[in-house]
Design a protein around this ligand. Structure first.
Ligand code: FAD
Length: 405
């Protein structure tokens, strides 16, 4: 095989495959190589959305994205809105459905449908898959790029960098792509885990393991509330987890002190909580203190609140003082956990950081530093919230690069 290609795509994940499917269809004479380090392309796609692949969101807008590329997200959404993306997928043969939160999934509810549709649309004579090939050196020589993998060396007129981020290494996540981009002259905003559980220091977190509550959770630094989310909050052995917490994890910076504050009854006024507890004091009077929250919370949450209020477990509900009831009522909407750090890349869905946003032309995804080099997807310093925004970004930037070639 002639080892010179018109385009070399580094990384056969969401963005790389979407780019290839679109480019191969639009530019039929283009000879494209997809270089993928895994045995197969699209491994990470299969684990997305708990195996269902939440591929976009009906309500995607600028405020769902963060990082140095965020100011340019409007260009991306203008070129490839949710509606446009769904039309493109429909043309490629994928039928989708949306849930009440606007999260779009394949109608089959299987991530493998998305991957198969992308793979089959890439299955053209002009596309060559080079799997089990890890790109470890990329240089621009005169008018073409030389890409050295652990197996071979190829040249290409243009390179699409779709090597993703460092999250979920078992599914292909790899920091090395950032090194390659750095060696090409790009500034890399330090990669760190995002959309991940947040570790907490707490005397009762272990006892809450496995419990899920509906509530409101805020990330607080000093007196400032940085962001607030509502929904299901999950307790693990040493961390808080769930979509709400994942979204908050994007704001956590290294070596800073934060508190996570849970409102267990966010819609209930303090005075109303007092009324509820007072009623329970009457009903459950003979029982031990924690039972004042019988019928409201999981038993272990009630125990943690009693402990936090420094109330003796032996005390009877009827003997709780007015002050103790007020303390409990306050704690119910100020259930605080000090943060000890973030989970690692193994437990993260995304990488925060990557190529600095203003080094890329958002209308073509071409590098402003190196002509013919295009950067798409998670390799860019752009992190979206949970809900399909990150796959949208990978697909949309792949599409923009394909039409701009
Ligand atoms: C568990 C999990 C669940 C998720 N669920 C969702 C969801 O439901 N919705 C959503 O929007 N987002 C979700 N995400 C995030 C989403 O998967 C990513 O943002 C998206 O896949 C990024 O696309 P990409 O093409 O940039 O990178 P990837 O899809 O990660 O593709 C990068 C590819 O490049 C390959 N590669 C890397 N380095 C090299 C190299 N040097 N040489 C050759 N190949 C290389 C990798 O093996 C990989 O195949 C989830 C992530 C995880 C981990």
């Amino acid at each position: 095989m002639n080892k010179h290609f018109d385009v070399a795509v580094i990384g056969g994940g969401a963005g790389g495959l979407f780019f290839t499917a679109q480019a191969a269809n639009k530019h039929k004479n283009l000879k494209i190589a997809v270089i993928e380090k895994n045995q197969r392309v699209g491994k990470k796609l299969l684990v997305t959305g708990n195996g269902r692949c939440n591929l976009t969101n009906l309500y995607a807008n600028e405020s769902d994205y963060h990082g140095s590329f965020a100011p340019f997200i409007k260009n991306v959404l203008a070129s490839c809105s949710t509606q446009r993306l769904l039309e493109l997928f429909a043309d490629m043969g994928l039928i989708t459905r949306a849930d009440d939160f606007g999260r779009v999934y394949p109608k089959s509810n299987q991530a493998s449908s998305v991957l198969d549709v992308l793979r089959f649309n890439c299955d053209k004579d002009n596309v060559h898959f080079l799997c089990e090939n890890k790109a470890y050196k990329v240089v621009k020589e005169n008018n073409f790029f030389k890409i050295t993998t652990d197996k071979e060396s190829i040249t290409a007129d243009k390179v699409i960098f779709s090597s993703g981020g460092a999250a979920a290494p078992k599914a292909g996540g790899d920091k090395y792509g950032y090194e390659l981009l750095k060696s090409l002259g790009h500034t890399i905003i330090t990669p760190s885990p995002a959309l991940c559980p947040i570790n907490v220091k707490s005397e009762y977190i272990k006892s809450l393991k496995g419990i899920r509550v509906q509530g409101e959770i805020s990330l607080i630094s000093g007196n400032k509330t940085i962001s607030t989310e509502t929904g299901e909050i999950q307790f693990t052995e040493n961390a808080l987890s769930g979509i709400c917490v994942f979204n908050l994890s994007q704001y956590v910076e290294k070596d800073k002190d934060y508190t996570l504050r849970i409102k267990l009854m966010p819609e209930t006024e303090f005075s109303e909580i007092i009324d509820i507890l007072s009623n329970n004091q009457r009903v459950f009077g003979k029982l031990d203190a924690e039972n004042i929250m019988t019928g409201i919370f999981h038993k272990r949450i009630a125990q943690a609140l009693i402990k936090s209020a420094r109330i003796s477990f032996d005390k009877k509900v009827k003997d709780l003082t007015e002050r103790e009831i007020k303390t409990l009522a306050k704690l119910i909407n100020n259930f605080d956990f000090n943060i000890s750090g973030l989970a690692d890349f193994n437990n993260a869905q995304l990488t925060k950081g990557g190529v600095k946003g203003d080094e890329i032309n958002p209308d073509t995804m071409e590098s402003k530093k190196i002509k013919g080099l295009y950067i798409i997807g998670e390799a860019i310093d752009c992190n979206g919230d949970c809900g399909g925004y990150n796959l949208h970004f990978a697909f949309a930037t792949g599409y923009i690069a394909a039409i701009g070639l």
